[in-house]
Design a protein around this ligand. Structure first.
Ligand code: NAD
Ligand code: TYD
Length: 338
């Protein structure tokens, strides 16, 4: 099978490529990535000489290039991760989110249709559903109406609708997955968990937005890759699958305190900072459909994966120190030193 992975140099995409080459050694993977600030080929060093892996630098917003690539490489399956993915950056500047997440997805869909792709799998987020009330037991499910509240989630919602529309209108064989917050190796340290771990390793304070009582549903990245694999093997065309973790309403502050405890530091390093505008209070995902239909569930609990993740960042100082330079420093100043 020839698989095109878009955004394969990013956090989840690179974990997916490593997972796929290990579990499907006969398949060929083409990684198409623009290498924005979030793309990092260091993540894929261990497979760069694998004859079944090829990296191609390019932009999903370039229709001629995308169409030629899919035709020329005789792509059969597209797994679409490429996106601008960070809510805070979407608040600072929505333009690249509209361009890549909406227009880029449209361009890929057109090329997939033209080249009679066997499957187009679109990776999306639970953030398209908006926010749940703190303290309620409600979870996002497949009947929850879309209600995105940030430029990032609005752009992902638009992309989801387009992907679904191509199934209904043109019969393009699609599947969609909406997952919760991922964490694990190779996550860019602008997101909460790697930012906290690496700040602690640098002896810095750890920033918590607002009152810290915001709730996310935490999914370990390798569990997510396994879910995508099952959807590609056994998922029903035209369907959406929700993928979440094993956390039971854990607040950001609790997550941060767990990391501090694992790393043996004092809670005095917590610094409450200015809240994010329009900050979604609570996310929780009902993933019973993928469990019932495809037999998927997370392998280990949150604490086990959190310890593993702390350990990974502690052992891979070179990886994140290279990332936390240049552009990152500029971004950090803009975001945290207001
Ligand atoms: P990421 O920001 O780490 O990586 C995105 C990758 O896409 C980067 O390698 C970047 O260079 C590439 N890219 C960006 N614009 C491009 C373009 N125009 N053309 C080609 N490549 C481009 O993101 P991630 O965390 O790995 O997320 C991957 C996908 O999963 C995204 O679609 C995101 O919306 C979704 N998602 C992520 C999370 C999460 O917690 N990280 C949760 C839910 C859904
Ligand atoms: P983030 O990792 O940016 O993911 P998302 O916004 O997609 O959920 O943030 C996760 C949660 O952590 C979110 O409620 C915002 C909060 N947060 C902080 O409190 N401090 C930080 O420095 C960051 C980056 C996030």
């Amino acid at each position: 099978m020839k698989v095109l992975v878009t955004g394969g140099a990013g956090f989840i995409g690179s974990n997916f490529i490593l997972y796929w080459l290990k579990n499907h050694p006969k398949d060929k993977i083409i990684n198409l990535d623009k290498l924005t600030y979030a793309g990092n080929l260091d993540n894929l060093k261990s497979v760069e000489n694998n004859p079944n892996y090829k990296f191609i630098k390019g932009d999903i917003c370039d229709p001629k290039f995308v169409n030629f690539l899919i035709y020329n490489e005789q792509i059969e399956i597209i797994v679409h991760f490429a996106a601008e993915s960070h809510v805070d950056r979407s608040i600072l500047n929505p333009a690249p989110f509209i361009k890549t997440n909406i227009e880029g997805t449209y361009i890929l869909l057109e090329a997939a249709l033209k080249n009679k792709i066997k499957r187009f799998h679109h990776i999306s987020t639970d953030e398209v559903f908006g926010a749940l009330k703190l303290g309620s037991k409600t979870k996002f499910n497949l009947n929850t109406p879309y209600n995105p509240r940030s430029p990032y989630s609005a752009s992902k919602a638009a992309a989801d609708h387009l992907v679904h529309a191509y199934y209904i209108t043109y019969n393009l064989p699609i599947t969609i997955s909406n997952c919760s917050n991922n964490f694990g190796p190779y996550q860019f340290p602008e997101k909460l968990i790697p930012l906290i771990i690496t700040n602690i390793l640098e002896g810095k304070k750890v920033p918590v937005y607002g009152d810290g009582l915001y709730v996310r549903d935490w999914l370990y990245v390798e569990d997510h890759c396994r879910a995508i694999d099952l959807i590609l093997q056994k998922g029903k065309l035209g369907e959406t699958y929700l993928v979440g973790g094993l956390t039971d309403d854990i607040s950001n502050l609790e997550v941060v305190k767990k990391i501090i405890k694992i790393m043996g530091r004092s809670e005095k390093i917590v610094e409450f900072v200015k809240d994010r505008p329009g900050h979604d209070r609570r996310y929780a995902i009902d993933w019973t459909k993928i469990k019932a239909e495809l037999g998927w569930q997370p392998e280990f609990d949150f604490d086990t994966y959190l310890k593993y993740t702390v350990d990974w960042y502690t052992r891979n100082l070179d990886w994140w120190k290279r990332v936390k330079t240049g552009e990152y420093q500029e971004y950090y100043k803009k975001q945290y030193c207001k």
